[in-house]
Ligand binder design. Sequence first.
Ligand code: PDD
Length: 279
Amino acid sequence: RIVYVNGTYVPEAEAKLSVFDRGLLFADAVYEVTAVIDGKLLDFPGHMARLRRSLAELRLPSPGSDQEILAIHRELLARNALTQGHIYLMVTRGEADRDFVWPKDGTPPSFVLFTQKRDAIETREAVEGLRVITVPDLRWGRRDIKTVQLLYPSLAKMEAKSRGKDDAWMVEDGTVTEGTSNNAYIVTQDGTIVTRALGHDILHGITRAAIMKVAGELALHVEERPFTVAEAQGAREAFITSAGAFVTPVVEIDGTPIGDGRPGPITRRLRAAYLEAAL
Ligand code: PDD
């Protein structure tokens, strides 16, 4: 693979970041993942808007204009001949002697992008659905900032895998916040789509925003409110959204099948409509 590091395109084996990079030492970094279908970037402006917000919340310096960042994405797609998969982007506070205090203004951020080839369309998960467990949400209180502090979600996902399941939904004060790397939804028995409202407790998914729009176009009713694990287990359908998974059904929560235990019709309609709108 050819990757991008601080202004240069290099083979991945030659890419270098300092051991003093604050992304490594403090997880002092934000990221974005933009899906690629048929060589096209999905929701690029949305990802840039969220990146700007994450950078501003942490007072991280900007690595360039949206136009410059788009040009890097396009160059990486071309150099890697990527048509299906995604592009990962990360901005760190750069290199400085290890100190909890930030380095002086003007320290250049580190800026890294790479491609990941993946066919996210014809996946087993999309056809069969995911089986999830629930775990307490032990992350910090600013999950709306897309930082690279992903240790807890990674542990939660490993816990799910160790129990033979696919993923974990995180629970706080009795209600589901989101999945380890996706937003969580249920479809109630009367056909209403329910997902948690935006706040500091979840990531503001770019796919979530797109799905809200698609649901509106399909005249589906959406309610933004918290839901409990029990409500989810009694729901007609459940699903998740992310740039990596688009819309993917959830067919089991903590061992309880959702609906008839198979991907539901509203979930399938949303996935098809999302992919159609994206192309
Ligand atoms: N994860 N919630 C969390 C905690 C996430 O990490 C993600 C994305 C989402 C969905 O956001 P979006 O629709 O903008 O992808 C929700 C990315 C894909 C990742 O970490 O790989």
